[in-house]
Ligand binder design. Sequence first.
Ligand SMILES: NC(=O)c1ccc[n+]([C@@H]2O[C@H](COP(=O)([O-])OP(=O)(O)OC[C@H]3O[C@@H](n4cnc5c(N)ncnc54)[C@H](OP(=O)(O)O)[C@@H]3O)[C@@H](O)[C@H]2O)c1
Length: 280
Amino acid sequence: MLVYIFGSKGQLGRELVEVFQGEYQVEGFDLPEFDITNPSMVYSLLGKEAPDLVINSAAYTNVDKAEEEIDQAFLVNEVGARLIADLANQWKAPVVYYSTDYIFDGMQRRPYKESDVPNPLNVYGQTKLAGERATKVANPKHYILRTAWLYGFGGNNFIEKMISLVQTREKVEVSEDEIGSPTYAFDLAQITKEIVKTQAYGVYHAVNSGECSRYSLIKEAFSLLKIEIPIEPCSRTKFSLPAKRPAYSVLDNSKLSNILGRQIRSWSEALRDYISRRTR
Ligand SMILES: NC(=O)c1ccc[n+]([C@@H]2O[C@H](COP(=O)([O-])OP(=O)(O)OC[C@H]3O[C@@H](n4cnc5c(N)ncnc54)[C@H](OP(=O)(O)O)[C@@H]3O)[C@@H](O)[C@H]2O)c1
């Protein structure tokens, strides 16, 4: 079995390469050598051996910068997604695309299901929703995995950002009124490997189970890391970031859990695993 992974150097991409290796022959593509928005580069791959599976984890992921770099964000997350999904379709191979909890507006007070209506508050969310639609239209064999608050090795994620702040601060302030589903990139890579065996194409909420505030996430991470610094809960309105974010964007992963025939482990268990691998 052969899999082509786009965005193979990103925090999810690296885990995908690790997790698929062994069972699959893996070939990774990423910037600067390979640009998913360049049609001639993308279609030149048709001269290579046809893969059994295509995974698109390449993305424009800077949520705040996307508010300014609108065209570039749509180019990667929508146009690039369409090209990769179409490429896979020409090989008659299924495609995996990753989307986000930021396609929802956060007005709900129960976990979002796949059937809930998207209404992104920021440009990044709009580009990822457009990418979902482009992927669906270009390739009927699609798995769209919506994830959230992703963290893993080599990523500029929220947990690592807060850890780096410790060097220069005497205390950290973290919002307690932003609730979501933190997800470990390693778990998402495992989920991907399992779901592509089902041929049950469609949209899935692929997150670790449970929910927490950004404050509880950092409290737990710092406690596991034995970082002793005061952590103060605050309101998210304290940080005036360019992109609006949903206050509540917990994703319900029961559809995924049913199709895989297993529970998805909780965010706190996954976090413990990440911290222990990180400190090893
Ligand atoms: N991070 C999160 O919290 C989060 C939350 C929800 C959903 N997601 C989604 O999950 C997926 C994986 O995210 P991630 O955190 O692993 O992202 P990431 O660490 O930013 O990785 C994305 C990779 O794609 C590459 N890339 C960007 N533009 C490209 C292009 N035009 N052609 C080829 N490669 C390109 C990036 O290269 P450069 O680094 O050189 O730009 C990077 O290696 C994405 O679809 C993302 O939207 C992420």
